[in-house]
Ligand binder design. Structure first.
Ligand code: F6P
Length: 422
């Protein structure tokens, strides 16, 4: 009778709600208790203030019954709906079936609470980039809060930073437990019961920047958003015979820019993994674009990944690219920064399918976990859902970032995806 909690952490991405839905429903179907942690690791640290601790204080809901095969008489929390309150500021407005969630960050949920969540954008349970969880004290409090609720398994959906946090948490777990016991905060029995924390990671990130997996949850939707925006821009660019420089997200990864370039027929793209020669890229770009214009093209689209660099590791800025196009080619040029429109909104089909399949796998990985097995990251490789050791994936992702910062782009690309590189 495992108690499985799920949290979303770091930048939100489309499909995170589908992850929560899949984990909650799979956990309940397999006879486990399902819990959510609000506001990412921050919620773990805040926990449930005394007096609000027990979910029994939430009345039995009256929502539509669950399917017959799901036996869980204790599945009492229904109609989970978060309001618009400032959740991190202990404000009002956050509700659970009409009951306030104030002071409660670790909440047991039922089958109906996540109904329809696969179609919702962002993350309904909240996310944060927690600074307190980065400290030992923060993680100690987080461990205590989990033990107080009797939770023994945690599914974390986030990017590489969030999964690194998960990895640190698990590897420190024995020390955290020992410290809590020394401080008299947990009993001998709790030490035994919670000797191991089971952790699984799912990659939610629009950047598609994680090693050892082909696709991260949210990346396909963000790519769709970019394509829609470029389609919109195309028509106005065509009308005026203009050039547009589009800045797209992706932090240190050029996947969104590269794929959008292919999907929308961009004239030129800049990505961090392939920095152009600092002394000649302006000539090269102008030559290419002039060539396209000479061939009769009425519009020009240049995509700049937000982390794009030149060979001297100087950032390539959309405004600067615009100036080059205007001044050297005389093109009427505008800059559009797509910003967070790329991150929000309804998930596309792929960002419902992937988290659903991965959510099921994540619960299975938790159920099969032993003290000897590593914590897994659930990935996808050649269309198959995979489990890879979380530590390896995180380490390799960090090595990619390191290689990029050392200008070793070949190494970066081969670490990220050896086969693609070939
Ligand atoms: O990692 C996701 C991401 O959207 C990046 O593409 C971007 O650099 C960053 O998050 C933006 O972060 P914030 O939402 O905190 O501005």
């Amino acid at each position: 009778h495992m108690k499985i909690a799920v949290l979303t952490s770091g930048g939100d991405s489309a499909g995170m709600n589908a992850v929560v839905r899949a984990i909650v429903k799979t956990a309940i179907s397999k006879g486990c208790e399902a819990w959510i942690v609000r506001e990412g690791y921050e919620g773990l640290v805040r926990g449930n203030t005394e007096g609000h601790r027990h979910t029994q204080s939430v009345e039995k809901g009256t929502a539509t019954p669950r399917p017959k095969h799901v036996e869980n008489p204790d599945d009492f929390v229904h109609n989970l709906r978060f309001g618009d309150g400032e959740l991190l500021k202990d404000g009002t407005g956050d509700h659970l079936g009409g009951k306030t969630l104030r002071g409660r960050y670790i909440v047991r949920v039922g089958w109906d609470d996540v109904r329809g969540w696969f179609a919702e954008g962002g993350t309904l349970i909240g996310t944060a980039r927690s600074t307190t969880f980065r400290t030992w004290e923060g993680r100690l409090t987080a461990a205590h809060n989990l033990i107080k609720e009797g939770i023994d398994a945690l599914a974390v959906c986030g990017g590489d930073g969030s999964l690194t946090g998960a990895d640190v948490f698990r590897s420190e777990w024995p020390k955290l437990i020992a410290e809590l016991h020394t401080q008299g905060k947990i009993t001998e029995e709790q030490v035994k019961k919670h000797a191991h924390l089971k952790i699984v990671g799912l990659v939610g990130s629009i950047d598609n920047d994680m090693s050892m997996t082909d696709l991260t949850i949210g990346a396909p939707t963000a790519l769709h958003r970019i394509c829609e925006s470029i389609d919109n821009i195309n028509s106005t660019a065509f009308s005026h015979s203009r050039a547009f420089v589009l800045e797209v997200m992706g932090r240190h990864c050029g996947w969104l820019a590269l794929m959008a370039g292919v999907a929308c027929g961009a004239d030129f793209i800049f990505i961090p993994e392939s920095p152009p020669d600092a002394d000649s890229w302006e000539d090269e770009m102008c030559q290419k674009i002039q060539g396209h214009r000479d061939a009769g093209k009425r519009k020009t689209i240049v995509i700049v990944a937000e982390g794009a660099l030149d060979s001297k590791l100087q950032p390539i800025r959309a405004d600067f690219v615009k100036d080059v196009l205007s001044q050297r080619l005389g093109l009427d040029t505008r800059v559009t920064t797509l910003g967070h429109t790329q991150r929000g909104g309804r998930p596309c089909a792929m960002d419902r399918i992937l988290p659903t399949l991965q959510g099921v796998e994540a619960v299975e990985a938790l159920l099969e976990a032993t003290p000897e097995t590593p914590s897994y990251m659930i990935g996808v490789r050649e269309n198959k859902i995979t489990r890879v050791p979380l530590m390896d994936a995180v380490k390799m992702t960090q090595e990619v970032a390191q290689a990029i910062s050392e200008k070793n782009f070949q190494k970066a690309m081969s670490l990220r995806d050896p086969e693609f590189c070939e």
